[in-house]
Design a protein around this ligand. Structure first.
Ligand code: CA
Ligand code: CA
Length: 228
């Protein structure tokens, strides 16, 4: 009887952990813009412009005081990807963010320069950025230097910015608005994005966690029995 429980645990546990829990999100939309033109990007709307930069590569941007929109269909079957007992997918979007030129703030001015991401019209990121002082709400940049446009201002690169969100089961696509909420035009301060990945991770539901617990317990007792 003990042996049979151990076998069940060995089968159930890997199913629950796959595919996203340990290895990161399962990506179903990815875009680096390399080799692409605007005509190759029907999923992008609003302000759509591709720039080439020797340091930043080809990226979406630059823009300011405008909205760039991405619409991504959700592949069928993701909601059924859960293990027995139910599992809810947590959706993710990851991207590299370029904050270019004279972004500067006081953190007390409602007109502070901000970068906003909306999911279906609801903000999931709204942060103040600055390239000229440390008055910003977001973390420090991963890279900073005179990468693009005005040599008078250093530019900031934030790698792998990750946002998580839920999607109602009735919805078969998601729309992201990337908003350059700046006081000045793009020649003075602008935003770019690159290496976009949209995906999901499976988080075991409470019922599944209970199953996992039984599996782990059974597996844990097996070596002790074998030592006799
Ligand atoms: Ca690129
Ligand atoms: Ca610059």
């Amino acid at each position: 009887m003990q042996r049979r429980i151990a076998v069940v645990g060995a089968i159930v546990a890997p199913m629950l952990l796959a595919p996203g829990a340990l290895a990161g999100p399962v990506v179903f939309y990815e875009q680096t813009f390399e080799g692409k033109t605007v005509d190759d990007l029907p999923e992008w709307s609003g302000f759509v412009f591709l720039a080439d930069n020797s340091y930043l590569s080809r990226f979406m941007g630059p823009w300011a005081q405008k909205v760039t929109t991405l619409t991504v269909p959700i592949p069928a079957g993701i909601r059924d990807a859960g293990a027995p007992g139910g599992a809810d997918p947590i959706f993710t979007i990851e991207f590299d963010l370029f904050i270019i030129d004279s972004w500067g703030n006081t953190l007390t001015d409602p007109g502070d320069d901000r970068f906003i991401v909306q999911l279906d019209g609801v903000p999931i990121m709204d942060e103040v950025f600055s390239n000229v002082n440390d008055q910003q709400t977001f973390r420090a940049p991963d890279e900073k230097g005179p990468f693009a446009y005005s040599p008078l201002y250093d530019d900031s690169v934030y790698r792998d910015v990750k946002l998580t969100f839920a999607v109602p089961e009735s919805q078969d696509s998601v729309t992201f608005d990337f908003i350059g909420f700046t006081t000045l035009a793009w020649q003075d301060e602008s935003v770019g994005i690159d290496n976009i990945r949209v995906g999901y991770e499976i988080v075991p539901a409470p019922g599944s966690l209970a199953l996992l617990g039984i599996g782990g317990l059974a597996l844990g007792t097996r070596p002790r029995r074998n030592q006799r």
